[in-house]
Ligand binder design. Sequence first.
Ligand code: FE2
Length: 444
Amino acid sequence: MNHQLSDLTEEGLRAFVAEQLDRSRSRTVQLTDAVDTDDLVRQHSKLMSPLVWDYAHIGNQEELWLVRDVGGREPVRQDIDELYDAFMHARADRPTLPLLGPTETKAYVVEVRDKVLDVLDHVKLGGGRELVENAFAFGMIVQHEQQHDETMLATHQLRTGVPVLDAPEPPAGRRLARSEVLVPGGVFEMGTSVEPWALDNERPAHAVRVTPYVIDTAPVSNGDYLRFVVGGGYTDPKWWSEAGWAHVQKASLVAPRFWEQADGNWMRTRLGHRELLPLDEPVMHVCFYEAEAYAAWAGKRLPTEEEWEFAARFDPATGRTRRFPWGDESPGPQHANLGQRHLRPAPIGAYPAGASPLGVEQLIGDVWEWTSSDFKPYPGFRAFPYDEYSLVFFGNDYKMLKGGSFGTDEVVARSTFRNWDYPIRRQIFAGFRCARDPLPSELG
Ligand SMILES: [Fe+2]
């Protein structure tokens, strides 16, 4: 997925869209076929919807935008719109709704998809209609399905029982020559005005000045984080913000979610596999407050969203802002651990080909990275195509996450992509890396 999308012929664009729709659907089917009917309709955690809700919601959004809006066709199931409106019902309440059952859901999403492929064959992509310029609405729906596929993977992580998902192991790690690098700072172009499928909150591109800072070359590992845990990090208020300390006590947090101690060993459970804590893997299932406390304990801080994106996109040799840490090329398996190719983060140092020019690694993929920033609109922000994607979430309630995880698809994991969540959330595939202000001696 790249901005060369606009160079495709209309036929080429249609073929590309069809392939992306198909790819996301294969994953949805894989994630839902992996469990039995009972597991599909059950709520595995109050934080999540039943998988069957996500499944029908994917179809319903596709119907609303592509069948009805873009295609101007008759509704397929207008009667269920309200059930699958994420704003009408909190996740915790969704199991009590008269939802479609698994068989009905599968038939519904197939019927919608058939109509969408017909719309794709007939609709003019562009011609001054913003919603379909470069097939934007199709791209938005592909990303929506992929984002729900990551959410469904998080539901799988919360599910108890025998493992049902399988994937090859990620590549081996390696020891990095340096644990942190000085980023010289400068002016870069944050966000984008040219990525055709970028969502409203990533737009427009705007110049941002960043002052010099030091950033970790890799995400914080389980081994690093374990030292904070066993060193009493969770019992000493001096590392925690006021809100963080209140939360850690109220929620009785003692370690990342899915970690436990057994017979003197630290274990963690991953998609039904209980295994020895892999020390060289990026830590995940920590909330923002835990990330912030660890950083303080390490004598550092979290990067701002601007610092994260600068590290991921700025090329000091040319002064140019690029699409990815490694350049403008779309992510390949050599660059980053994305797309549920491996069902875990890769060990530190596994992706030398994904390094930025300054040697910052694993910015894309593996784990989402908490930043210290709140969710704010960029200067010149315009809600498109609906207020409920971003506009209603702006403010101080959410913290920004960047870079995508092993569960995120490459069609979503742009360096400009902005994810946000409450600072207490731990079920997402999120970790972090640290940054700090440079010492006077480092600035020379
Ligand atoms: Fe959704």
